[in-house]
Unconditional design. Structure first.
Lengths: 78, 190
């Protein structure tokens, strides 16, 4: 297998792991462990920039919203 | 202040909504989600690998961030909770939209997620609810019951303004008294 093919296989495996097929206890435990550790972007630090597409097809870049506060809720359909 | 949802992977995939296998599939489901939830603000779609999700929160299922007018994180709620969020927004706006307001909220707000958390797994289907039960100590059933009891528990669990401590104590005391009265009543009937 070439290095490129190996990288693709690894990427696919990671995608499958992130977009899991079944919700297990380990997912809940992982969230609780993250909670204990307070994992994530800490208050007071700079919010990492990103550019994402909205469902209406607009591209939104976080750093272009400076000047007014922004609320970001991260959620799932299920 | 501007509001955005960032659309994530399926938290409770099931036979009705399985895991996304392409960005287009995720985008399409985000459109449906915005419609179903009646969200008036934009829904931004994270990439298939969950880059924004993982960067911001590890992989928390339902986190919320307030970012101040200078682009710094003002508040991070690891388990989104309406009343706490409202308090953080009020505090941030009172400070002119700058600085840290409330900081980090790590409390797993379980009552609110059971009272208002049924729509998610239900959209996934029966398998999603079953797996939520198995992997979440009965959380699927608790969400089902919480949804049924919403008229009763909603005003307590989902209120926009936090209850004062006195009211919380009175409420807790009331519930304990009601439970005690129920137990005594059942014993007397025997």
């Amino acid at each position: 297998m070439t290095a490129e093919a190996q990288a693709t296989t690894r990427d696919n495996r990671q995608l499958r792991k992130y977009n899991y097929e079944h919700f297990w206890l380990k997912h809940l435990l992982a969230d609780l462990w993250r909670t204990v550790r307070g994992e994530g972007v800490q208050p007071g630090s700079e919010a990492p920039d990103f550019e994402l597409e909205s469902t209406e097809g607009n591209r939104v870049r976080l750093s272009e919203l400076r000047g007014s506060p922004v609320l970001l809720h991260l959620g799932s359909a299920t | 202040m501007r509001f955005f949802d960032v659309f994530l992977r399926q938290a409770h995939p099931g036979e009705l909504r399985g895991p996304y296998r392409s960005y287009e599939e995720k985008l399409e489901d985000a459109r449906r989600y915005k419609r179903e939830e009646g969200l008036p603000w934009p829904v931004l779609v994270d990439d298939l690998a969950g880059t924004v999700h993982r960067t911001y929160s590890g992989e928390m299922a339902d986190p919320v961030f307030l970012i101040d007018s200078e682009g710094r994180v003002s508040f991070y709620g690891m388990w989104t909770h309406g009343p706490t969020l409202k308090r953080a927004i009020d505090e941030l706006l009172a400070e002119g939209g700058r600085g840290v307001a409330l900081g980090l909220d790590r409390t797993p707000h379980l009552l609110a997620s059971f009272v208002d958390g049924w729509r998610g797994p239900r959209r996934g289907g029966r398998r999603a609810v079953l797996e939520y039960d198995l992997g979440g100590f009965g959380a699927g059933t608790l969400s089902f019951l919480g949804n049924k009891a919403k008229p009763l528990l909603g005003p307590i669990a989902l209120r926009a303004t936090p209850l004062p401590t006195g009211a919380k104590l009175a409420l807790g005391g009331g519930l304990v008294a009601a439970a005690a009265a129920l137990i005594v009543g059942l014993r007397l009937r025997r």
